[in-house]
Design a protein around this ligand. Structure first.
Ligand SMILES: Cc1cc2nc3c(=O)[nH]c(=O)nc-3n(C[C@H](O)[C@H](O)[C@H](O)COP(=O)(O)OP(=O)(O)OC[C@H]3O[C@@H](n4cnc5c(N)ncnc54)[C@H](O)[C@@H]3O)c2cc1C
Length: 397
């Protein structure tokens, strides 16, 4: 078994954990960042536009220099100051563009009648990143010392022992065991997922477990379908690409095309929709659902929609490192309360809950990328300046 030691072990290499690692590195502090997946970014995931059959067989391919569409989050909004600061700091301002929203929205009723001019569905005003949202995590990861990042490393047990925390870890590709002794642990993953997949010694109290389980993992039960096209036929028909439907299988549809300035050869045109079909039915029925989705796009946007260059279904409810059994229904929503205590007293307050689900619900960004950065900033504050809390430990570095 391999053993390592660090001051701060960050569990979770989504945007929140990456941001914490980025800040600790800037402060010249010791840390290890680890993630159970064999990639970084967590719920942030993009894929390049693929047109040839060989490209499509690679399924998800991402190269940040090529146009891409988002399989996870697509949007951010004005007023999300922490995210805007990060985008500027990473010099990604030139990649920001407005979600396409010009033209009429569509509405499909239960009888299959399609009407134009439906209000309230447009994503007008939202921003996107040319190169996909993964550009953000890829750029952030490139700023972090690679020697401090472990991938395919799944935490199984966290044990408070001799005034430090022992993390037992399994390598998910070769099954090797690893042990990391750390002074502090940052849990940059959804609390509900941590409750179902990590063993805590000493065990957390029943009320605390119930509380942590009550924070639904934002979008964990959802799935997206992306259909890419050679031509933006909906834009040519003066449609925005936005639609709502009472028939489905997609209940909400939007334009997912890349930035208009990309040249014609690389420009990717796409429509995407959130599925309205629950996770339990989606599993095993992917092809049928994809076909039904294309039939729905034809009903809404006309015959041109019948010939996509590619169709991808990304089902987050099937992702072991995002969703749990409870997330198989699509409910959830943003938590309407905030975590009572960010640190665990039985772990000498050195176990810190982070990740977007722990952001302040009153600010309203919990669940979103902005919330993930907010949680990271609070976490680094806790790590660096313990006087800002009334916790018993005095400074961790
Ligand atoms: C379909 C979809 C659409 C969305 N749309 C938007 C949007 O438009 N705008 C927006 O702002 N937000 C959106 N979101 C939410 C956004 O993706 C999240 O807020 C953000 O990515 C969360 O980041 P995080 O780092 O907190 O968590 P995560 O990205 O979930 O990262 C947690 C990490 O922990 C790792 N992990 C899990 N278990 C273990 C373990 N035992 N050991 C080690 N590592 C582990 C996981 O692999 C993962 O990488 C969307 C999400 C989805 C799924």
């Amino acid at each position: 078994m391999i053993c390592m030691k660090t001051n701060t072990l960050i569990i979770g290499g989504g945007i929140s954990g990456l941001h914490t690692a980025y800040l600790l590195q800037k402060l010249n502090k010791d840390f290890i960042l680890m993630d159970a997946r064999n990639r970084l970014g967590g719920r942030i995931l993009s894929s390049n536009y693929q047109t040839s059959e060989s490209e499509k067989s690679n399924k998800i391919h991402y190269d940040e220099k090529s146009p891409a569409f988002d399989l996870g989050p697509s949007w951010f909004w004005p007023g999300q100051s922490n995210l805007h600061t990060l985008i500027n700091e990473l010099e990604l301002g030139g990649s920001v563009f407005h979600q396409h929203a010009t033209g009429q929205s569509l509405y499909e009723d239960q009888q299959g009648n399609v009407q134009q001019g439906f209000y309230g569905i447009s994503m007008e005003g939202a921003y996107r990143l040319n190169g996909g949202m993964q550009l953000l995590t890829a750029k952030l990861a490139s700023k972090i010392d690679n020697n401090k990042i472990l991938q395919s490393a799944k935490v199984e047990t966290l044990e408070y022992i001799d005034d430090q925390i022992r993390a037992s870890i399994q390598n998910t590709t070769n099954n090797e065991r690893l042990e990391i002794i750390s002074k502090n642990i940052v849990l940059a993953l959804p609390p509900r997922l941590a409750m179902s997949s990590i063993r805590f010694k000493p065990a957390l109290s029943k009320p605390r477990i119930n509380e942590l389980n009550s924070y639904a993992t934002w979008m964990a039960g959802h799935a997206k379908i992306i259909a890419t096209y050679a031509k933006p036929f909906w834009i040519e028909k003066e449609l925005s690409g936005d639609a709502v439907s009472h028939i489905g299988p997609m209940r909400e549809i939007h334009d997912a095309s890349s930035h208009p300035s990309n040249n014609d050869e690389t420009r990717g045109y796409a429509l995407f929709g959130f599925l309205g079909v629950p996770g339990s039915y989606r599993k095993g029925n992917e092809n049928e659902i994809k076909q039904a989705a294309i039939a729905q796009l034809v009903r809404l946007f006309g015959e041109d929609a019948a010939h996509p260059t590619n169709v991808i279904l990304k089902d987050w409810a099937q992702e072991e490192f995002t969703a749990t059994e409870v997330d198989q229904t699509m409910g959830g929503g943003h938590a309407s309360s905030s975590i009572r205590d960010y640190t665990e007293s039985d772990f000498a307050d050195r176990l810190i809950w982070s990740g977007t689900e722990t952001a302040d619900h009153l600010r309203g960004y919990n669940g979103l990328i902005e919330g993930a950065i907010e949680a990271s900033l609070r976490t680094v504050d806790l790590l660096v300046d313990s006087s800002k809390t009334d916790k018993k430990w005095g400074g961790v570095f």
